[in-house]
Write a protein that binds this ligand. Sequence first.
Ligand SMILES: [Zn+2]
Length: 325
Amino acid sequence: MIATYLSCAVCGVDDTEALYPALLSDGSESSFQRIVICRQCGLVYKNPVVPSENGLVYAPGSWPQTNIFRQRLEANADFIATRAHLATGDAILDVGPGPGFLMAALRERYPSSKIFGLEAVPEVAALAARQCRGAVVLPGSVDEASFPANRFKLMAVCGVDYLFADHRGALEKLSRWLANDGWLYIERNVFVDQQAYTAADITSLDTLFGSNPLMTTWFHRDQYREYLDCMFEVVESRRYDSDVTSSGRRNTLDGHLCRKRVAPIMRTPRSYYEENRAHVEALRARTPPRPQRTASPDAAQPSLHRVRAMILGRVKSAVKRALEP
Ligand SMILES: [Zn+2]
């Protein structure tokens, strides 16, 4: 079992306090993982990270809001293509392409480039390969994959870096793969003050931390840009709402277009502890109390049944989707 204990990705210090339990996909509390806040800089993160405990695996049917994703990724491709100019044969890597919508959109805008995808779930990687014929798709996570140094002129990391088990380690690896004169476009919607994820309200700590049990990091928005800017030079940033939920909450994304820094900048990060803590406590005041945990094996049975039913449901859905033309 892979299990990673981390120091803070932003400031490098291991000085945290517990904020909340890490929730698994059936809503129960993880036995090992906790959501913590760094006392030095205020980064909120999961520590340790035990990916296989989370009981959730992406499958080809994991993107039910297809139109929202397609629209957002087409707009991303336009934003990138009007700024990052590539020569014939330059290589592009989409990290975490899911079903491959962005890969296909980038291929249209860069028809003479070689497109690569890196997708952690093999069934989803196969779907991306079908979506973008001619592309090279690797089934693996950033932790598991390797590419030659300086291989890519353009890398896109859209809506996926909140899943990185070791965020700083993953960014350092991506930086090695990026050409010295290369471009990185990275965006996320997982922040401490986020109002909604895609089509899902955030109204409590359960929804902030438990909507997707694979999430690992919650930054302050400014903290994220400043952190990125140490490893990559942020040359242009954009903030936009990808969708608004039925209760009016906005799914606000921050995207950053960056150039590689051959030598990362070393500077003391500003602390966002007070701001991040205040956002968490405001949500905590609206969070219903969690049921008391019990050690009784009988009481654990319904939870196990729910997990089993959920896994079976996901497998059936994945098989059904995979068989669709
Ligand atoms: Zn820190």
